[in-house]
Design a protein around this ligand. Structure first.
Ligand code: FES
Length: 706
């Protein structure tokens, strides 16, 4: 049975995979070769992976990225991270109940000598920045080694079904993230000088200037690089609130991994916390996968993500609650509702504004932190090290592509290769691609009501220009070298007017361009709207609700055409006939019923249990606050007393939350002594360093084994 698999998706095509059988709690379940344990369990609706040894609290997935250890399960008796370890036929899977008891070992494992390899350039991370940098090495025949802990290249790009913003010329804007990953990978693989190790994790940087790597999840290798480029991306920030560790509360990136990479419907209905681009896009991805979204809260008065992302989510029927916060995720063993409230101007919940929504999943999308441990440590030990992409500064993946390219050239220059002068405009482009959304202009709806023309529902300055590149008559312009300025449609010569080719409608990453055609019926023009959902959700003769840019419902209109052609790259073009009084205001079609986002009749009060701050060790805010109030200022001392930060994630998840408690207690940051970073960046069995083959006898190797 595979009730929770996504068999049909508007953008993604499920790959054929060999069916295999594993057991979960002794019961045979179907899995697919090449998928992770987490994907196989979610495909069967299993969300509780373990029970904590301290209080027997149920545990589920949190990061789906190997960064934490919330998804621990037993695989053939050994604890592994379900998000990193693959299934294999006959595998015996069980939840971890308390501390796992390791099976007895007979004899000692054979040891092999530790290989040591010298490479001119080591690139840690095969996401957008790492790939772009490696391509620059490859173009010039420079030897480089690119390592990545996943089974395919692309990093976060492989999770993105939407078209990318940014510059069409510089970073493939207008192309879907998943397709950019393929383009970059194909280009890189054409260059033999770049060696690629997948499923290979950088474990540590040492003072003798070597980098320890677990190659293929199996064998420990030491690398001696002349130069290191760290492009290891970002990890999601955590948030502490009552119920915040229930299975069903996890990161938006984890959700995208489960839904868009693993093609499992990991949620029945979700609620999103955070209105940055990650949260807004996760909502969009949920709807594409057929998962209702009950709403999204953003603590700020405005979402910090792109307005076009917010607008389209609202138009699809997802309510957004600015100046609101989550009070609690509710449920006994996993999430069954969420409670939110309005915030006053001092960021305090306003009594009487509480509302609850039924949902089984709460996505945390409050921002990202750079995975920069490698960079910091390598610098400390005197290696020649560079960083690019999110590991250097959090920004859009398009910016990471470009910064990786620049950093690649800088490294080549540093190594003495002739790469010419890196054009100063490139640095300007890099800054533009990284920029936050700028000002929002009032929407200017065109006045004419004849012929055919696009209406650009694009009113916020963001780096984006694909619409200006596709018009065969060159009628869409940005009147500046700065692609953050707003595009406009102009017809200088009436003999060369719009031909209704629809290319601008198709390419806009924000789904913010529609085409209005008065030629056949000036009273009821035809409006062409982009639609990135399953085409069988809509057909000619249907009546649909259309909405304006700000999601005001303009009323029902009839669908008169549904155009699905290969050239549109999976964007369905829906034509509706609308009264001219609002035709030009139409920006999109509602896809989700109001029922999906209706609040519950009564709000649910969260449990009175103190909020967990360190999820690995189940340490509460109250325990840590008490120590701060007693005068503790050294986080290592707090760790020694409470175990906060001593868990298997290496304190990556809770450190920022502990700092926040200090701030809330009024302790100046300068008085707080941080804990030293652990020397290993990722958990690994100790025998690995001695030269045992870490995962011998196990197809998955040691990637997820801890
Ligand atoms: S959350 Fe992992 S050590 Fe605290």
């Amino acid at each position: 049975m595979s009730d929770f698999r996504i068999e049909k998706h508007p953008i993604l095509t499920p790959a054929a995979a060999e069916p295999i059988t594993v057991t979960w709690k002794g019961r045979p379940i179907g899995a697919r070769a090449g998928e992770t344990i987490a994907a196989a369990l979610f495909a069967h609706g299993e969300r509780i992976f373990s029970y904590h040894h301290k209080d027997h609290a149920p545990q589920g997935i949190f990061c789906a990225n190997g960064q934490c250890a919330q998804c621990l399960v037993l695989s053939d008796g050994l604890p592994v991270k379900a998000c990193m370890e693959f299934v294999h036929p006959g595998q015996k899977l069980d939840p971890v109940d308390g501390l796992p008891v390791l099976p007895p070992v007979s004899g000692s494992a054979p040891l092999h000598p530790i290989d040591e390899i010298t490479v001119p350039v080591l690139i840690i991370g095969g996401g957008p920045a790492g790939l772009s940098a490696a391509i620059e090495m490859g173009k010039r025949g420079v030897a480089a080694l690119l390592i990545d802990d996943k089974h395919r290249l692309g990093g976060k790009l492989v999770l993105q079904t939407h078209r990318f913003f940014g510059s069409y010329d510089a970073v493939f804007a207008g192309t879907r993230g998943i397709d950019i990953a393929t383009k970059l990978e194909n280009e890189l693989r054409a260059y033999p000088s770049v060696n690629i190790w997948l499923q290979s994790t950088a474990l540590a940087v040492f003072s003798d200037k070597k980098v320890g790597v677990l190659k293929d999840g199996l064998r420990y290798v030491q690398i001696k690089p002349e130069v290191v480029l760290v492009t290891s991306g970002a990890r999601e920030k955590s948030l502490a609130f009552p119920g915040g560790t229930l299975p069903g509360v996890y990161g938006a990136g984890a959700f995208q991994t489960l839904v868009n990479r693993d093609l499992v419907r990991s949620a029945g209905r979700l609620f999103i916390v955070g209105g940055g681009n990650v949260g807004l896009i996760a909502g969009y991805h949920a709807l594409q996968a057929g998962i209702p979204v009950a709403g999204l809260v953003e603590a700020l008065p405005e979402c910090s993500g792109y307005k076009v992302h917010k607008d389209k989510l609202q138009r699809f029927g997802v309510p957004i609650y600015p100046s609101h916060t989550i009070l609690s995720a509710n449920g006994r063993t996993s999430v069954d509702s969420v409670t939110i409230a309005k915030l006053d101007d001092k960021w305090k919940p306003v009594p009487g504004t509480e509302r609850s929504f039924a949902c089984d999943t709460v996505l945390i999308a409050i921002g990202l932190d750079p995975v920069d441990e490698f960079y910091t440590k390598a610098r400390e030990f005197g290696l020649t090290v560079f960083a690019a992409g999110d590991a250097e500064e959090i920004s859009e993946a398009s910016a990471a592509i470009f910064s990786g390219k620049i950093r690649g050239l800088e490294i080549l220059k540093f190594m003495g290769h002739d790469v010419g002068v890196i054009a100063p405009e490139w640095y300007t482009t890099a800054e533009i691609l990284k920029s936050r959304p700028g000002k929002t202009e009032p929407e200017a709806i065109p006045t004419e009501e004849t012929g055919v023309f696009p209406v650009l529902h694009c009113v916020q300055e963001i780096p984006c220009d694909p619409c200006t590149t596709v018009c065969p008559r060159n009628l869409i312009h940005i009147h500046s070298d700065d692609i953050r300025c707003l595009p406009c449609f102009e017809v200088p010569d009436p003999a060369k007017a719009c031909t209704a080719c629809e290319k601008c409608v198709t390419i806009c990453p924000g789904l913010a361009v529609v085409l209005v055609d008065y030629r056949k019926d000036a009273e009821h023009p035809t409006v062409t709207i982009p639609f990135e959902f399953l085409k069988d959700r809509i057909e000619v003769g249907d009546w649909v609700h259309v909405l304006d840019t700000e999601a005001a419902d303009l009323g029902p209109v009839e669908v008169v055409g549904v155009r699905v052609i290969k050239a549109n790259d999976r964007t369905v073009l829906v034509k509706v006939k609308a009264p001219k009084v609002f035709a030009k205001r139409i920006a999109g079609i509602r896809v989700q019923d109001a029922e999906a986002s209706k609040p519950m009749d009564q709000y649910v009060e969260g449990t009175s249990d103190d909020v967990i701050v360190c999820r690995c060790e189940r340490v509460t805010a109250g325990e840590i606050r008490a120590l701060i109030r007693r005068g503790f200022r050294d986080i290592s001392a707090i760790k020694a007393v409470t175990r906060a930060g001593m868990g298997s994630c290496g304190a990556k998840t809770c450190t920022a939350l502990v700092h926040r408690l200090f701030r809330e207690e009024g302790v100046p940051a300068k008085d707080v002594v941080d804990q030293p970073k652990r020397p290993l960046f990722m958990e690994v069995s100790l025998g690995t360093f001695a030269g045992t083959d870490a995962g011998a006898g196990n197809e998955g190797g040691d990637r997820g084994r801890i």
